[in-house]
Design a binder for this molecule. Structure first.
Ligand SMILES: [Zn+2]
Ligand SMILES: [Zn+2]
Length: 390
């Protein structure tokens, strides 16, 4: 009771110098009374202000009175998004926080809740009620950024992730897509903001499919291994992860298998997050090799030493990587053509293994015969990580 009296005295003191609304009074004194800030609390102590009074609050310029309108605008802006949790952020005119600081320091008022927090809280309550969604401060599905300077509302939707595999039965389809020439992949009007020049690649086909399904802006694909544009991929397919940016659709039943142009998607599913570290894998590949000179049977046998012996790869900057070949078979198709079937660690540069000396041993050196890699196809790709092994 005594405390309440001294607070009343303080409020009167403030109001003698400044006009404040109930929300701002309630917030400023809430800490002193150990109560939650509210307009009701302010009203209890605000003996001065009558409803008819037209003066604006010194701190907030009566911002709290317009919240119905703000929430209506937020509902319109977020209407095309599927969400059940949200977070609100707001940008205020600097004078609002400045004026709050003036009062606080002048009347020595401490408080945990500042005006921004209270605005976000009050708007959040209304928005939650009207949209039947929940405030989530740690991992919200959408974040609404309200700018009180220009009355705009921007939505950011949390990224989604997918895992899948693709098989490819059409040669001359590159794996990666060239980025939009106009924006270098950032996203612009001319590429409809997806950042791709067109969809004539594995990446383009996956991106087009995923963007369509999730009504998202852009996708970023994280590949498990790479291939040539002439390579075919059969068996269980090449695994990949997709990060889906700014999805409007979040809850979707997606078919596990999907036939696209030149590729087929398998095992598609949403995952919580993509792996941060590189994912180890092994590939079963069939490589077609042409030799400059006729192939000699006695030298061909030497190729078998690559099996269960380390492959030493000297990368740029002399960084040395060791990889393994687990299975190795060859077949002479004619005097200058060789077919190699092997199971090899992910990350082995297959063309270099045939042609170059930055891989030791390599086919050209073992056969003492300049060899070129004509094409390589993937028959099976196995991820050595239990969560994605299917
Ligand atoms: Zn106010
Ligand atoms: Zn563009």
């Amino acid at each position: 009771m005594k405390k309440s009296k001294s607070i009343q005295y303080l409020v009167n003191e403030i109001l003698r110098n400044y006009h404040l609304c109930d929300f701002c009074i309630g917030r400023l004194i809430s800490n002193e009374l150990d109560l939650k800030p509210s307009s009701n609390l302010g009203k209890k102590f605000n003996s001065k202000t009558k409803k008819s009074e037209l003066r604006k609050c010194f701190i907030c310029k009566n911002i709290f009175e317009n919240f119905d309108q703000v929430v209506t605008h937020m509902i319109e802006s977020s209407s095309s998004y599927q969400f059940s949790t949200f977070l609100i952020g707001s940008i205020l005119k600097p004078s609002v926080s400045d004026n709050e600081d003036i009062i606080r320091s002048k009347f020595k008022l401490k408080g945990a809740v500042n005006i921004k927090n209270q605005i976000n809280h009050e708007i959040g309550k209304k928005f939650a009620r009207k949209t039947k969604s929940k405030l989530d401060t740690t991992n919200p599905e959408i974040t609404l950024k309200i700018n009180f300077k220009d009355n705009s509302c921007k939505i950011h939707s949390r990224s989604l992730f997918m895992y899948g595999r693709y098989t490819k039965r059409k040669r001359n389809l590159p794996q990666k897509q060239t980025p939009c020439k106009n924006c270098q992949g950032k996203g612009c009007f001319s590429c409809d903001f997806h950042g791709l020049e067109n969809f004539n690649s594995v990446e383009g086909q996956i991106a087009k499919f995923v963007i369509g399904k999730f009504n998202s802006k852009q996708v970023k694909i994280n590949w498990i291994g790479g291939e040539d544009k002439a390579s075919l991929i059969s068996g269980n397919g090449r695994p990949f992860f997709v990060k889906i940016s700014e999805p409007r659709i979040r809850r979707l039943r997606i078919k596990k298998q999907n036939e696209l142009n030149g590729i087929k998607l398998h095992d598609l599913r949403q995952i919580k997050n993509q792996p941060i570290d590189s994912v180890p894998f092994r590939s079963k590949v069939v490589v077609l090799v042409k030799s400059e000179l006729p192939l000699q049977n006695n030298l061909l046998k030497k190729l078998l030493i690559v099996k269960n012996n380390p492959l030493v790869i000297k990368n740029q900057g002399e960084r040395i990587v060791k990889k393994s070949i687990y299975d190795f078979k060859y077949k002479k198709l004619n005097s200058n053509t060789l077919k190699i079937s092997m199971v090899v660690d992910g990350g082995v540069p297959l063309k270099s293994f045939i042609e170059n000396s930055n891989v030791q041993p390599n086919v050209t050196e073992l056969l003492q015969n300049r060899c070129t890699c004509v094409q390589f196809d993937f028959k099976q790709i196995d991820v050595m990580n239990s969560s994605f092994r299917n």
